[in-house]
Design a binder for this molecule. Structure first.
Ligand code: AHR
Length: 336
């Protein structure tokens, strides 16, 4: 592969060859150096050898910003050459970025797929070029042989956890509105299903409205305003697929004249710093953690994959649940 490190090596070889011609055969020939390079390629790669392409979704939430920072900081710490691309919430941009990484012959590609579908051909192109794909955070709906491993959260379990917390808050009875994440994304699909899986055991808990807020504060506010216009104080609780949309909804509830966390109980997902502040302020009842700090694990896996080591197909992140009573103590240690 022709990256900066290899180009420098080739320049060195040309200089060495020129000198060999002028000064006699004391210095090893280019082919010997090339053998040396082959030997180096036979040895396991180190972090400093790696060229990694990463296709990020965008910057829709504090979770995502934390995820990007974790990847960039860890690449820098390990001395990895990282090619980072921000798709600004467009799948088309992610596909273009992956094609560019393939053309540049990177060693490995990390991708957090915006939505579940539509990845098969571009992943096949990476496979044909011998470049492994690592799914970071979100899942893609493709045959398992088209990616090496997925590192991220168990989104179904997050949905189940949120539902169990909601059951406790409502004591098994009440009307819930739901702010769904990005349509067709793995976390939105699974958080939707996981929540319902638990709720089906509670016939007196009803989801009376469910709309996408696209994981953003702006949409969270807008959709909650609509819910309030339609159902007003019939709403007992809000289930938001992420903290950012819950925070947007909190403003809508306040503007409507109700007390978030009291009149309308709120359970959301991510555990960003602002969610801790909302819990300290009594406006959010529970946040289920979804860990974005995946940089260290991602590069560890990338190196293993490039060196042909076995890795499990799915590596789940470890996550907890946070409540208002612990928020003040925990908040200073939160990194996102
Ligand atoms: O894929 C993870 C989800 O994406 C996070 O829960 C959400 O905040 C983000 O935008």
């Amino acid at each position: 592969m022709l990256n900066v490190k290899r180009i420098s090596m080739l320049i060195a070889l040309v200089v060495v060859d020129a000198c060999a011609a002028a000064c006699g055969p004391v210095i090893p020939s280019t082919s010997e150096y090339l053998n040396l390079e082959t030997d180096q390629e036979d040895r396991p790669k180190t972090y400093q050898d790696l060229v990694v392409g990463f296709s990020q979704i965008g910057a829709e939430s504090d979770w995502r910003t934390g995820n990007t920072a974790s990847i960039k900081e860890e690449a820098e710490r390990l001395g990895i050459e990282l090619m980072f691309s921000d798709a600004q919430q467009e799948q088309e941009n992610q596909i273009k970025a992956i094609r560019t990484f393939i053309a540049q012959q990177v060693d490995v590609i990390g991708v957090s797929p915006l939505v579940e579908t539509g990845w098969e051909s571009v992943f096949q192109e990476a496979k044909d070029a011998g470049i492994p794909i690592i799914l970071v955070d979100r899942r893609a709906d493709v045959p398992e042989d088209l990616y090496a491993v997925r590192l991220g959260s168990d989104f179904m379990e997050e949905g189940r956890k949120a539902a169990r917390e909601m059951v406790k808050l409502l004591e098994g009875k009440g009307n819930i509105v739901e702010l769904v994440g990005t349509i067709d994304s793995a976390p939105a699909n699974d958080r939707y299903l996981g929540f319902r899986e638990i709720l089906q055991e509670y016939p007196d808990m009803h989801i009376i409205a469910s709309e996408s807020a696209d994981f953003t504060r702006a949409k969270g506010k807008e959709v909650m305003e609509d819910f309030l216009k339609m159902y007003g104080d019939q709403i007992d609780a809000l289930y938001a697929h992420n903290d950012d949309s819950a925070i947007g909804a909190i403003s809508a509830i306040e503007e409507y004249g109700l007390e978030p966390g009291e009149d309308i109980k709120i359970v959301s997902i991510d555990a960003i710093r602002d969610a801790f502040q909302a819990m300290i302020d009594g406006k959010l009842n529970v946040t289920v953690e979804c860990n974005p700090l995946l940089g260290p694990q991602f590069f560890d896996i990338a190196l293993k994959v490039v060196n042909g080591e076995d890795v499990p197909k799915f590596i789940p992140s470890e996550e907890s649940i946070f409540y208002p009573e612990d928020a003040a103590e925990v908040m200073p240690s939160r990194k996102y």
